[in-house]
Design a binder for this molecule. Structure first.
Ligand code: ZN
Length: 130
């Protein structure tokens, strides 16, 4: 005979057939929260980047993270969700840098066009220049 289970997360249910089953609730199980790896725990800068990384055989990632603002470093094991969130954030950062580069390129081109137009207006561009 088995001992009665007094764990509140386990309930014994008797089925109409007479058989009994134990139902285990998992909502009380502590699941480690995913941490926003792109945020520095020291200075709260949101530009933390992986310095080196390698996938482990257990499906997690061993990474070294670095904050470019305060030089904080951390090496550890991170779960797949944390790494995917960091990767998404890094992709977003790359998109922002490309957009900034396009705006800067357009601004530089506009300045050069203005200079060229001014030079044409003052007859400073001659056929020998080409
Ligand atoms: Zn920092």
């Amino acid at each position: 005979m088995s001992r009665p289970n007094h764990n509140p997360a386990v309930r014994k249910i008797v089925l109409p057939s007479g058989r009994s089953i134990e139902v285990v609730r998992f909502d009380d199980v502590a699941v480690p929260a995913a941490r926003d790896l792109h945020i520095c725990p020291v200075c709260a800068c949101d530009l933390v980047q992986p310095y080196e990384w390698a996938e482990t055989s257990e499906g997690s990632w061993r990474m070294t993270l670095e904050c470019p603002n305060c030089a904080w470093l951390e090496s550890g094991l991170y779960n797949q969700l944390e790494v995917e969130m960091l990767e998404e954030r890094l992709d977003h950062g790359v998109d922002e840098m490309i957009n900034d580069l396009r705006r800067l390129t357009r601004a530089n081109m506009a300045v050069e066009v203005d200079r060229f137009v001014a030079a044409l207006a003052h007859d400073l561009i001659l056929p020998e220049d080409f």
